[in-house]
Every structure is written in structure tokens, then in C-alpha cells.
Design a protein around this ligand. Structure first.
Ligand SMILES: [Zn+2]
Length: 213
């Protein structure tokens, strides 16, 4: 089912396209502005800056303690959110007060799963920082894997050690699948010397099995 690769070959990889962050509108500056105009421009710039803080909806700008999530369009994120059911005990732990958008909810869920897997594995690495790339189906997973490692596989998700990135088919997204890959990610962050492949896999399977405890 799920898998990860120890291959560390680095090939150029184009990430899922990111929507551009909306730029503040350009200001026309006259050649000899008075002090008042400078002041006014300062005020306007400040307002635009503050507004942009609240309106920044670009996926790469959303804040999480652990993860940057990349996806091609909002529908992919929505489908991912719908398929990522949490069990009741995890669901209760979500801090609803900060959740406004689908993106907020997804980040809250993924952060929570990271923390649950840390508890399951009893590993609490510092400075967890990984990327989660969401693609529509396992066809795209196979294409990415082929491109990066030159092998044809039938995975629905995998973790790249060299990129610290989880690639995930949204069609096949389940809590346990994500917990498995997050297990690999945490093991990868925890050990200074990489454990043998089978042990890596065993710990990921343990995370997958016990995430719902
Ligand atoms: Zn695995």
C-alpha cells in the first residue's frame, strides 16, 4: 500500500503551481511630491500591508508549526480535507476557534496528526519542517516517482527523505495513510543516523496502527 523510498537522487522537480500572492496595487509617484503626499503614501502603504496580512490566501503562506502544504487548486485541498476523516478522539482535540477556511482546517488536522504520531512513537524531534504535496490520484504519484527515481510504482503516497516531502494521492487519502507517512517523516527527523529500511518501515506501520488509539 503505502511506501517510501530510500533513494536520494536529486532531480529537478517542479512543484505543484502556486497561486501568486496578490500584489499591492502599484502607486503612482509624482516627480516632486510634497511632504503630505509622502505621508499619505505611507498611510496607504501601511493599510495595504495590514490588509494583505489578513487576505493572504496563498497556500505557501499559510502558517503551520510543521508543514507547508502544496496543491494545484482549491478543489484538491477541499477533497483532501473531506477524505481526511479524524476519529472521534482526534476530532475533539482540534482547536476550532482558529478555523475559518478549509485551509485552516487542513493545517490544524495535519498539525494534530503530527503531534499524535509523536506521542505514539515517543519521539519528539525539534524543528520539524516538511512539505506535503497533494496530487489528485495515484497516477500523479506514479508519474512523480518515475520522474524522480526512474521506477514504476503503484503507491498512493510516499515520503522522500532527500526532500523531506510527503507526496499524497488525495483520492486515496485516509488518516492511517497520512499517519504512516508522517511516521516516516518523524523517524527521519528524530534519528541522526538513519535506521535500517525495515526498522524505518516498522515504525511507520506502528504509527499507522496506533494513530487512532
Ligand atoms: Zn512505509
Amino acid at each position: 500500500m503505502t511506501n517510501f523510498s530510500l533513494a536520494t537522487a536529486l532531480h529537478p522537480f517542479s512543484q505543484a503551481p502556486q497561486p501568486d500572492r496578490p500584489l499591492p496595487p502599484p502607486f503612482h509617484i509624482s516627480s516632486q511630491p510634497s511632504l503630505n503626499i509622502f505621508f499619505l503614501q505611507g498611510v496607504i502603504l501601511f493599510i495595504v500591508w495590514v490588509t494583505s496580512l489578513f487576505l493572504s490566501a496563498s497556500p505557501s503562506l499559510a502558517k503551520s508549526r510543521y508543514v507547508t502544504i502544496r496543491y494545484a487548486n482549491p478543489q484538491i485541498l477541499k477533497d483532501f480535507n473531506e477524505n481526511l476523516y479524524l476519529n472521534r478522539s482526534l476530532s475533539r482535540m482540534i482547536k476550532r476557534k482558529n478555523i475559518v477556511t478549509v485551509e485552516d482546517e487542513v493545517y490544524a488536522k495535519v498539525d494534530l496528526i503530527v503531534e499524535k504520531v509523536e506521542v505514539v512513537l515517543d519521539m519528539f524531534p525539534k524543528n520539524i519542517n516538511f512539505t506535503l504535496v497533494l496530487v489528485p490520484t495515484k497516477k500523479e504519484i506514479a508519474a512523480l516517482y518515475k520522474k524522480n527515481y526512474g521506477k514504476h510504482v503503484n503507491h498512493i503516497a510516499y515520503y522522500s527523505l532527500s526532500r523531506k516531502t510527503i507526496y499524497m494521492s488525495v483520492n486515496d487519502t485516509r488518516l492511517r495513510v497520512l499517519a504512516h507517512e508522517i511516521g516516516h517523516m518523524i523517524v527521519d527527523h528524530f534519528f541522526k543516523v538513519r535506521p535500517p529500511y525495515n526498522i524505518h518501515e516498522l515504525m511507520a506501520q506502528f504509527a499507522e496502527k496506533h494513530v487512532t488509539d
